[in-house]
Ligand binder design. Structure first.
Ligand code: FAD
Length: 500
């Protein structure tokens, strides 16, 4: 939680790889040993470190998905915002690609992207963990650096009776990284995405300018940065909203064999605004004989104002005998995935390849999509993971870059195949091909992808369809304005540069 101030001299002594500067002739970084031969342009003086060691570059060469490996040529661990300003100006001058890397986690640190979204081949990775201070918590908002995780912020805010309104299911993700993709959890139908809870940001653009952006000041930059995949700048400070926290959570799970009834009840619950948390899953039957559907709803409360879930769930068509409710402290609910994470790490699955697929489907086509997918879904497709099928209300999502189906549906669904294959799985390529196939099927139904996840073969034409032709042209114009040399976050490949 404190800004890491590496001693530049120590790092350089330890690695023996002092950076003198970029050599245009050699298209590489020069060290004192190679400077005479390469004639580098000196790097600016930094408060943090610029590291060339194999160890540092290897640390930033893959991500949580373990599907893409791409070595950067350098790692910047900024000691100040000015380091990012100076180094992006420098990178721009020599067309060196650069990306902020979330570097969050529970214990070890990594980018939680699935398919190289935060990686650069031969570029400069920026370690978000070097900027990970909670600067202030004041009533309805917190001021944070981008490398702070939702876990740190939630724990600290809870000590003051507050919480971020919109939490992801797993909290050990960097705030800068999640608001750059969206950030979705079971509170989305009330509070929108995590990116919708951002009030203000300081951003270093791809031109190396430090700019404050809010919904009314430099609004085009603000809107292009949220859920925009880091294309227009590096977020170096954020003001995010907080709401009063409740002490406890009551969570009820309900099971369905009938997809129609499942979808109808999800919609009824969401439209009635009955719960603070609402999600769903396609899950295995207890006897493993096939798939069924699960609704999960939750209320948050203080002692003396316990919710009446029986009344709130009247009229539901679930398998009543299997309905179950549980109460727990809110903090345990917020951190509910930590024990699962520990288990996956223990059995070696966390380190394995994970071809996740995250799609957004229009409510009017979700039945058709699910009915086409379920017959081909096998337990192997999930491994130790799960498949979310959660509704959300389009009108609650405000971030313009977060692409949603262009249909008249207010109710949309996340279809999230969050698979954890066994470490010795041999069908990862087949799973990636499945992702591509299901993505194309979803697109035919006006579906979209979430920009996280692993879908191979994304072309600029695919992205134009994803964002919508007009929006894509506007996005490209923002890119040219704020990142004129197209150096930032090439891992998405939005504009035909980079991607995997
Ligand atoms: C176990 C697990 C559970 C998850 N659960 C959820 C969930 O419940 N809901 C959900 O929505 N997502 C979830 N995710 C996905 C998560 O939102 C993405 O992985 C996301 O990319 C955030 O990860 P990160 O913070 O490591 O950022 P990275 O993956 O490292 O970065 C994501 C993108 O943002 C850019 N970026 C990062 N920081 C900045 C910055 N400061 N300024 C500008 N650009 C930046 C990167 O260059 C990259 O393009 C989960 C992921 C994992 C591994």
């Amino acid at each position: 939680m404190t800004t890491t101030h590496h001693s530049r001299r120590n790092i350089l002594k330890a690695t023996g790889l002092a950076v003198v500067g970029w050599s245009v002739a050699g298209a590489t970084w020069a060290t004192p040993a190679t400077a005479a031969e390469l004639g580098p342009v000196p790097v600016p003086r930094l408060d943090g470190t610029l590291e060339l060691s194999t160890a540092a570059r290897t640390e930033f060469s893959t991500d949580f998905g373990r599907l893409i490996t791409a070595q950067p040529k350098a790692v910047l661990r900024p000691g100040s915002v000015q380091d990012i300003v100076k180094m992006l100006q420098y990178c721009r001058r020599f067309a060196i690609q650069a990306a902020m890397n979330g570097q969050s986690g529970n214990g070890e640190r990594e980018s939680h992207s699935n398919y190289g979204q935060a990686l650069t081949r031969g570029g400069m990775e920026i370690d978000a963990n070097s900027l990970s201070r909670i600067i202030a918590i004041r009533g309805d908002h917190a001021v944070v650096e981008p490398g702070v995780s939702w876990a740190s912020l939630t724990k600290t805010a809870l000590n003051q009776g507050a919480t971020p309104p919109s939490l992801t299911d797993y909290l050990h993700l960097s705030i800068g990284g999640t608001v750059s993709v969206g950030g979705i959890g079971g509170g989305v139908q009330r509070h929108g995405l995590q990116s919708d809870t951002v009030k203000s940001m300081d951003i270093v653009t791809g031109a190396g300018e430090l700019v404050t952006a809010t919904p009314t000041r430099n609004a085009d930059l603000f809107n292009a940065a949220l859920a925009g995949g880091g294309q227009v700048g590096v977020i170096v400070k954020l003001v995010v909203g907080l709401i009063p926290a409740r002490q406890s959570a009551e969570i009820t799970t309900m099971y369905y064999e009938d997809l129609d009834r499942y979808l109808e009840d999800q919609k009824t619950l969401m439209n009635g605004g009955r719960f603070q948390h609402q999600a769903g899953e396609i899950s295995r039957r207890p006897d493993n004989s096939g798939w069924r559907y699960k609704i999960e709803v939750g209320s948050y409360f203080d002692a003396g104002s316990e919710p009446d879930h029986t009344a709130l769930l009247s009229g539901m068509g679930d398998l009543g005998a299997e309905r179950a409710s549980v109460q727990m402290p809110f903090v345990d609910w917020a951190f509910r995935l930590d024990p699962f994470e520990a288990y996956l790490k223990e059995i070696g699955y966390w380190e394995a390849k994970k071809p996740w697929l995250s799609l957004i489907l229009p409510g009017s086509r979700v039945k058709e999509f699910v009915e086409s997918v379920v017959p081909e879904l096998t337990p192997d497709d999930l491994g130790a993971g799960f498949c979310l099928l959660s509704p959300f209300d389009r009108t609650k999502v405000k971030s313009p870059m977060f692409a949603m189906p262009e249909t008249g549906d207010d109710t949309l669904y996340f279809f999230d195949l969050l698979c954890f294959p066994a470490p010795d799985a041999t069908n990862i390529d087949a799973q990636l091909k499945r992702n591509r196939r299901l993505y194309e099927r979803a697109v035919k139904m006006q579906g979209k992808r979430y920009i996280i996840g692993a879908i191979p073969g994304m072309t600029a034409a695919d992205w134009a369809i994803h964002f919508g032709p007009r929006e894509y042209r506007a996005f490209a114009a923002q890119k040219r304005k704020y990142d004129p040399s197209f150096i930032l976050a090439p891992g998405h490949g939005f504009f035909g540069i980079g991607g995997w």
